[in-house]
Design a binder for this molecule. Structure first.
Ligand SMILES: Nc1ncnc2c1ncn2[C@@H]1O[C@H](COP(=O)(O)OP(=O)(O)OP(=O)(O)O)[C@@H](O)[C@H]1O
Length: 267
């Protein structure tokens, strides 16, 4: 569904690459978390999929099409196949909930009857039934994010991108948002979500791609926020420990021996 082939992205000549030789394939229907320190390239990864930016080197393919071949005229049509949700919601402040969602349908020319029928269904799906007439400032952060999600999916995109969608929300509200994202994914939408939220990544156990300085440092099915590496206990048995243990001395005070060599390969 989404394929990065030898992709590098440098924003300005002489600057360090934001992405550096990334090769990744995301299948249709996958739910993928993008994790990594601030500045590691997560938003850049999403912007390339949205074709807000072009790769400096390599190719990004979405549904078999190289994004570098899409003309300016073809861009709006391409972007219709993608929904996007941001940390800061980005609702239209002077429009009510219904109008915020309806707007996404109006701009692609859907007729009023279809809009009147579709918007209430999508609002119900995100748990906002009865709130159609509220203005954004009359909603909680979690409710505003639900509106943003409704707007992102109302045109049935095949891909949903989310850049820190729970970044402004408390843990309980975040769980509600993730339940919605999960349901959207179960209905067949491919989801790629950049996040710093340990708890969500660890509780959902989906694919985790970790970026470090613009390169893919880890790519795990059913992964955790922090990578786990094998260590050998003093009795010879093995267990998995968080990656910050990688700096563990050959025999540290806890008596654990790292089960990898100096190159980081498992022994
Ligand atoms: N428009 C831009 N112009 C120049 N450099 C940029 C631009 N956008 C991002 N960068 C640089 O590219 C690198 C990757 O940034 P990016 O926003 O992709 O990281 P991120 O992992 O999403 O970070 P965060 O978690 O803080 O959102 C950083 O060094 C950043 O300074």
């Amino acid at each position: 569904m989404i394929r990065f082939e030898d992709v590098s992205k440098t924003y300005a000549r002489g600057h360090q690459a934001a992405l550096n030789d990334v090769n990744v394939e995301i299948d249709r229907g996958d739910f993928t978390f993008l994790v990594g320190a601030s500045g590691s390239g997560k938003s850049t990864f999403l912007r390339l999929i949205l074709r807000e930016e072009l790769a400096t080197q390599g190719q990004v393919y979405v549904a078999g099409t190289s994004l570098s071949t899409i003309s300016q005229n073809g861009l709006p049509r391409y972007r219709r196949s993608i929904g996007i949700v941001f940390q800061d919601f980005r609702l239209l402040p002077n429009k009510d909930v219904f109008a915020n969602v309806a707007f996404a349908m109006q701009v692609i020319g859907r007729n009023r009857a279809t809009i009147r029928e579709t918007v209430p269904n999508v609002l119900e799906m995100v748990g906002l039934e009865g709130k159609a007439k509220r203005m954004p400032h009359e909603l909680s952060g979690g409710e505003q994010q639900r509106v943003a999600i409704a707007r992102a999916i109302v045109n049935k995109p095949s891909i949903l991108l989310a850049d820190e969608p729970t970044g402004n929300l408390d843990p309980a509200t975040s769980v509600g948002i993730m339940n919605i994202m999960d349901r959207i994914n179960q209905n067949g939408t491919t989801v790629v979500m950049a996040t710093h939220d340990h708890e969500i990544v660890n509780s959902m156990r989906r694919r985790v791609i970790e970026l470090r300085h613009g390169t893919v440092a880890r790519d795990e099915r059913a992964g955790e926020y922090t990578s786990l590496i094998p260590v050998v206990r003093p009795d010879g048995s093995r267990e998995l420990r968080a990656a910050d243990m990688k700096s563990t001395k050959p025999l540290d005070s806890s008596g654990f021996i790292p089960a990898f060599d100096s190159e980081g390969d498992e022994l």
